[in-house]
Design a protein around this ligand. Structure first.
Ligand code: PLP
Length: 452
């Protein structure tokens, strides 16, 4: 079947996530057929550089045979195993042990799911259960941040701070969830000393806890740095203050590392990069480099001890919690990241180059701000660099720029008006040069179209 044939079938039957389906009537979706390394090919034979690592998950790149073999041998040995009824299996046990050996001493217990959204559902149910068991059932409120993304299920969408997610479908955010402003210096603290801004941004959490009453606040949830929010990277003073405030008011800290875990920050985990010790740590996406769906909720001893000793049966779980094949693939993925020193190389060699290249875009007439941590970066498009005024939403300038990139063979993404890049950890310096050449051409073409 040719490309058009696939597009017709696609339009007729396949509903895509986060997509304006009417827009697919013009031209249809690109039909991807193959991936290798940092490249994906479509039915027309066009090669695209995946500057987004899929959705921030394909950290070791496409087409690694070792992962296929790990999956195949696990499937042949034990294709599925439930662990509800006093049954366990080796790959989930090994992965739980492996993860906890890589994390702070207090994080010793792992619950598995298939997605980041489900992980965040688990975390909130767990937090509520914990405070009930601890005899403080009034601790119900969850504080999240504006522009956060924590997933698309009902609670995860509530935790997210993205307004269109709240208007679609109604009833969210749930009344027990509230949001504070985030550490977005360009919009929330422009011109301030970054260290002072970090302390100020953290104080918004304290203000909210005091407004709600500390006895009513169960947890604070945040990403170490925000990816979907538009590459929002906090100043160094932010996280130590947040940690101090959470401890002061006995508010549990849920750190959502679904994107940042497994090397994205140039460290194995975002909490290492920013020096945080959360009560609950969320991992997903690159835990398998996107080869199979898996997420992990890692729980501190403080919570787990109460759950295990006093909790009885906790009525929560999924058919695919700890799926043997997903766990086997995760173990192999972690082995590759480790043995090939991909995280160390990303931090020591690739990230400084990536940052220098990104920073050079501050001279571009469309770019008002440049932000990055590790191999996650963003270029914020503005209409007026002096006033920081954005283009009108209806202009969809970011989407225009992304389309210009794709035409030239680069997949990058508009998060609002911020052009985001999250390349695989196996990208070479030469490939970075190509990525940034194309990004510049796409921005130039966009500037021309918008008369800048
Ligand atoms: N948390 C963060 C920080 C994310 O970026 C995402 C997805 O992009 C999620 C949670 C949700 O993960 P999933 O799409 O696997 O449900």
């Amino acid at each position: 079947m040719d490309t058009q044939g696939w597009q017709v079938l696609d339009r007729a039957h396949y509903l895509h996530p986060f997509t304006d389906h009417a827009s697919l009537r013009q031209g249809g979706a690109r039909v991807a057929v193959r991936g290798e390394g940092i490249y994906v090919w479509d039915t027309e034979g066009t090669r695209i550089i995946d500057g987004l690592s899929g959705l921030g998950n394909v950290n070791i790149g496409y087409g690694r045979r070792e992962l296929v073999e790990a999956a195949a041998s696990q499937m042949l040995e034990l294709s599925y195993c439930q662990s509800f009824f006093k049954t366990t299996h080796r790959s989930a046990v090994m992965l739980a042990e492996k993860l906890t050996s890589m994390l702070p001493d207090s994080l010793n217990h792992v619950f598995f799911q298939s997605s980041g959204s489900e992980a965040n559902e688990t975390a909130i149910r767990l937090v509520r259960h914990y405070w009930d068991l601890a005899g403080r059932p009034q601790k119900r409120m969850i504080i999240g941040r504006e522009l956060a993304y924590h997933g698309s299920t009902h609670m995860a969408a509530s935790l997210s701070g993205i307004p269109p997610m709240h208007s679609a479908g109604g009833d969210i955010p749930m009344p027990s969830v509230t949001h504070i402003k985030t550490a977005y210096q360009y919009r929330n603290g422009f011109g301030m000393d970054p260290a002072e801004f970090g302390v100020l941004a953290a104080s918004w959490l304290e203000d909210k806890i005091l407004e709600l009453g500390p006895d009513n606040v169960a947890a604070f949830i945040a990403e170490p740095a925000q990816s979907a929010g538009g590459a929002l990277c906090p100043p160094e003073t932010y996280w130590p203050e947040i940690q101090r405030i959470c401890r002061k008011y006995d508010v549990l800290l849920i750190l959502d590392e679904v994107v940042m875990g497994f090397g994205r920050t140039g460290h194995w985990f975002g909490h290492r990069r920013y020096g945080i010790e959360p009560d609950i740590l969320q991992l997903g996406k690159a835990i398998t480099s996107g080869y199979l769906p898996l997420s992990a909720t890692v729980i501190s001893d403080r919570i787990a001890d109460l759950l295990i000793d006093k909790g009885g049966e906790w009525a929560h779980g999924y058919t695919y919690s700890g799926h043997p094949t997903c766990c086997a693939v995760a173990l192999e993925n972690i082995r590759i990241l480790d043995e090939e020193k991909l995280v160390e190389n990303a931090g020591a060699t690739l990230a400084p180059y990536f940052k220098a290249k990104l920073d050079s875009f501050i001279d571009h007439p469309l770019i008002g701000d440049v932000r990055s941590v590790g191999l996650m970066g963003g270029l914020e498009i503005v209409q007026d660099k002096a006033t920081r005024e954005a283009f009108p939403y209806e202009a969809h300038i970011g989407d225009y720029c992304a389309a210009e990139g794709l035409k030239r063979g680069l997949a990058f993404r508009a998060n609002g008006d911020t052009m985001s890049l999250m390349p695989p950890l196996v990208t070479t310096i030469e490939q970075f040069d190509t990525i940034f050449d194309i990004a510049r051409e796409a921005l130039d073409a966009t500037a021309k179209e918008f008369g800048v």
